[in-house]
Design a protein around this ligand. Structure first.
Ligand SMILES: [Zn+2]
Length: 391
């Protein structure tokens, strides 16, 4: 019999022009730390100025913290938390890609809690302490469609000393408001549209084959797979295609909800060591590299997922799918269309000799994700997936 536990307290304002509705929302405080990346685009595209204007109209004083790396690290979190305390901020706004919003969640947590961020991480070398104080409230404003972090409690931060990349989150780290405005995504370059879009897709394809899948997560996952799977190519080919951007944004947000009521599987666990050790590697690109070998393994070894793979192939647009391998066909075609089928680990400095250590890392840092697999992946299976994916 089916079971689920669904908690999603975020107010989501979705749609073209949603950002201009921010000023009318009930603000969670009066002094906001706006967290953005260390890159130029949030400023040069005018998004920061627009958010500052919205908040000023709502009577909020703002401070900007602009040091978040593409793969955010503990030092970013601790410096951001110090800035929040210094300016006596009473809420945080995460503006940008998943890295800025994830970092904003972690900053909101450390702005109110003593000690080091890693003290509160469970698993790996984390201290496993319980958070004593509630984090500052968070508003999330994504400018990319990929992580779904605006609609879930999760944040992923890398420890630059131990090269671990680990998740954190609980009922208190959901954004209070998420503004999902596809207009803010029109400027994402094609390559990153693809990386991020595949990340969104995999949150839901993993969610759909996870042992934790349920009536509620299936509902969101299949619609997300449809929205992303059928529209990502169009968004990649023409970034100004508003209808495609809207669908991919919707799919990404739905995939966040999948991670509230369902879970990702070990595909995410296997990717994290890759981008933890090679911070130039975008998370979505790492997932793409291992995806074909990963899903092929489950098609071969988990016959109970047969119908689920057929469902996913149909959702992605192959309406006559009748075999689980049709999912691999449609996934491969989409990767080819989006110019990401030939991504090489070696281009990001990953050496074949590193792969056995990644197996150990993946299991140490994300043991929970492996428990979501319908068939247990042995160390040999994990290594075989990495090896088959290595180019
Ligand atoms: Zn992801």
């Amino acid at each position: 019999m089916d079971q689920f536990n669904f908690y999603m307290p975020t107010r989501i304002l979705f749609g073209k022009g949603a950002l201009s509705k921010l000023r009318k929302q009930r603000m969670p405080g009066k002094r906001a730390l706006i967290v953005i990346s260390s890159g130029k685009s949030t400023r040069s595209n005018g998004y920061l100025a627009r958010v500052e204007e919205e908040l000023a109209s709502a009577g909020v004083e703002t401070f900007v913290f602009d040091q978040i790396l593409a793969n955010p690290v503990v030092a970013n979190v601790e410096a951001g938390a110090a800035a929040a305390r210094e300016h006596q901020c009473d809420f945080v706004v995460g503006l940008g890609g998943g890295s800025s919003i994830d970092a904003a969640k972690s900053i909101a947590t450390m702005a109110t809690n003593e000690g080091k961020y890693w003290d509160y991480i469970f698993g790996g070398t984390g201290g496993g302490q319980k958070m004593k104080c509630d984090p500052l409230p968070l508003i999330a404003i994504p400018t990319t469609a990929g992580t779904g972090t605006e609609a879930d409690p999760w944040t992923v931060i890398s420890n630059e000393e131990t090269q671990e990349k680990m998740a954190f989150g609980n009922d208190k780290t959901f954004p209070v408001i998420a503004i999902v405005d596809p207009d803010l995504m029109l400027t994402v370059p094609p390559q990153f549209t693809a990386y991020q879009g595949f990340d969104a897709l995999f949150h839901s394809t993993e969610g759909y084959i996870a042992t934790k899948a349920n009536f509620m997560s299936d509902l969101f996952a299949l619609r997300a797979i449809e929205s992303v799977g059928r529209n990502l190519a169009a968004a990649y080919q023409d970034g100004s295609n508003e209808a495609a951007r809207e669908q991919v944004a919707f799919g990404s947000t739905l995939s966040g909800v999948v991670m509230c009521v369902g879970s990702t599987t070990s595909e995410h666990a296997l990717e994290h060591p890759m981008s933890a050790h090679h911070s130039d590697l975008p998370h979505g690109a790492g997932l793409i590299m291992i995806s074909i070998a990963y899903y092929t393994h489950f098609i071969k070894h988990a016959p109970q997922l047969r119908e689920r793979f057929i469902d996913m192939a149909r959702a992605m647009g192959k309406l006559d799918a009748s075999d689980p391998m049709d999912f691999i066909t449609v996934l491969t075609d989409l990767q080819k269309t989006c110019g990401v089928y030939d991504l090489k680990m070696s281009d990001y400095g990953i050496r074949r000799e590193e792969l056995p250590a990644y197996v150990k890392d993946a299991k140490a840092t994300m043991a929970g994700a492996f428990r979501m697999d319908h068939v247990a992946l042995s160390d040999e299976d994990c290594l075989a997936i990495y090896e088959a994916s290595y180019r």
